[in-house]
Design a binder for this molecule. Structure first.
Ligand SMILES: Nc1ncnc2c1ncn2[C@@H]1O[C@H](COP(=O)(O)OP(=O)(O)OP(=O)(O)O)[C@@H](O)[C@H]1O
Length: 238
C-alpha cells in the first residue's frame, strides 16, 4: 500500500502541491490534470527524486526514506522526459537499467527480453536509441520500468507518441498487471485510462479536486462520460 499524507511541495515560494492525501492499494489509478497541475511533481516525490516540503509518503506503512535502497527494488518509474542513452542500443540500455536494479547476471537476458516483448520492442533491441521514433523511445522507457516486475509502477504520460495500436497494446499490458501491482498513471489523455483505471484522481493547481471510480464520478457530476467530468472540473483551464 502507498499512502500520501498531507503532502505539500514548494518550488521556492511557489506551492505546487497542496494537502495531497491519497491511499493506493493494488490496481490501476489514473492521475488526471492539465499541464502544470503538478502530476510529474507528485510522481517524482513518490520515486524519491524530490522530497516533500511537508507531509509523509509511506510504502507498506513505512516512510519511503526509511526503506533505503530497497525501495528502488519495489518501484518502476517511466519519467515523462525521454532521457535515454542515445548511443546505446535498446538492448544495452535495458541491460544497463537491469544491472542498476540489481537483477542477477544469469537472469538478465531473459528479463530484458521479457519486458521488451511486453511492449513489442524485442525486434528493435539491436538499434541505437537515437534511431528510435518518439513512440519507440516511450515503449523502451515503459519496458525499463517493468524490469524486475516491481510492485509499484509509476508511469508519467506513458502513451505520448504512441500510435493507436500501441496505445491499445500498452493498455492490455497494464490491465494484466492490475491484480497484484499498484500502477499509477499520470496523463491528460482521458481515453487512455477511462476503461482501465480502478480509480481516477483529478489534480487541479496541485490540489486533489475529485477522486473515485468512474461510475461514481459520472453520477456525482451527472454526465455520461469521463471526458465530461474532466471538462466540468477543468473547463476554465483548457
Ligand atoms: N524544478 C522546478 N522548479 C520550479 N518550478 C517547477 C519545477 N518543476 C516544475 N515546476 C512547476 O511546477 C508546476 C507543476 O509542474 P509539473 O511538471 O509537476 O506539472 P504536470 O502536471 O506534470 O504538467 P505536464 O502535464 O505539463 O507534464 C508547473 O507550473 C511547473 O512550471
Amino acid at each position: 500500500m502507498l499512502e500520501m499524507k498531507n503532502v505539500y511541495k514548494n518550488y521556492g515560494t511557489y506551492q505546487v502541491l497542496k494537502h495531497v492525501d491519497l491511499c493506493l492499494d493494488e490496481g490501476i489509478y489514473a492521475l488526471l490534470g492539465p499541464n502544470g497541475s503538478g502530476k510529474s511533481t507528485l510522481m517524482k516525490l513518490i520515486c524519491r527524486q524530490l522530497k516533500p516540503t511537508k507531509g509523509q509518503i509511506l510504502w507498506k506503512h513505512k516512510k519511503i526514506d526509511d526503506w533505503g535502497q530497497h525501495y528502488f527494488l519495489d518501484i518502476g518509474y517511466a519519467p515523462q522526459q525521454q532521457g535515454l542513452y542515445e548511443d546505446m542500443t535498446g538492448l544495452q540500455f535495458l541491460t544497463y537499467m537491469a544491472l542498476l536494479k540489481g537483477i542477477e547476471k544469469k537472469k538478465l537476458k531473459n528479463e530484458v527480453n521479457r519486458v521488451a516483448q511486453l511492449v513489442n520492442m524485442d525486434k528493435f533491441l539491436k538499434q541505437k536509441c537515437k534511431t528510435y521514433s518518439g513512440g519507440m523511445k516511450q515503449r523502451i522507457l515503459v519496458a525499463q520500468a517493468l524490469l524486475n516486475n516491481p510492485s509499484l509502477l509509476l508511469l508519467d504520460e506513458p502513451t505520448t507518441g504512441l500510435d493507436p495500436k500501441e496505445r491499445v497494446s500498452l493498455r492490455n499490458v497494464l490491465s494484466h498487471l492490475s491484480n497484484d501491482h499498484i500502477v499509477f498513471i499520470a496523463t491528460h489523455v482521458v481515453s487512455d485510462v477511462e476503461n482501465l483505471a480502478k480509480e481516477i484522481v483529478f489534480l487541479k493547481d496541485g490540489i486533489i479536486v475529485g477522486k473515485g471510480k468512474k461510475e461514481d464520478l459520472l453520477k456525482q457530476f451527472q454526465v455520461h462520460c469521463l471526458e465530461d467530468v474532466y471538462l466540468k472540473i477543468f473547463g476554465d483551464d483548457i
